[in-house]
Write a protein that binds this ligand. Sequence first.
Ligand code: LAC
Length: 209
Amino acid sequence: MNAKQEIKALVFDAYGTLFDVHSVISICNQLFPDRGAALSQAWRAKQLEYTWLRSLMGHYEDFWQVTESALIVACQTLNLPCEPARRAQLMDAYLHLEPYPDVRPALTALADYSLAILSNGSPRMLQAAVASAGLEGLFSHVISVDEAKIYKPSPRVYQLASQKMGVAESAIGFVSSNAWDVIGAKAVGFWTCWVNRSNTKVRSSASEE
Ligand code: LAC
């Protein structure tokens, strides 16, 4: 069977795929002129690093806490003063990330499938982001890793989607812009779709070299 015949549910990653994590650049630039892009990059990189480290160590803290720790360290690294009031403003931006312009049309066109989000985000963060982007009602499930108390790419996270939706791994199509997330989903038997939002150049085979 091919993917079109077999897929019953489509499961989307949130940050970087539906929501643009770098939409925080404008508030970062307001608080730290001309440093917005650098801060956003450093913040996201630390955030992901901390999820992987916490999973390996078996010390889960939710994504809000991880995101705040990452912000503090990113600011320290870049020598940007980030006292609690500024930190609160920056963290608040994470609850109102902009959706990519293709998100609503794509989800609307795919409405015949069961649609879900599977994300590292805490339930509160995901609810806020979905509501702020006006995407409420489009998903049958908004699933947070918080139920598994471990981050992607642990197989337990992807299996959570299959369990919660009552759909076999082999009937789920997983969509993410994060290549490592796609690989994690593939490893449990999902169909996968990588959204190449950063225009990364890829070679399809060694023979092209
Ligand atoms: C998420 C991370 C990978 O939304 O951005 O799960």
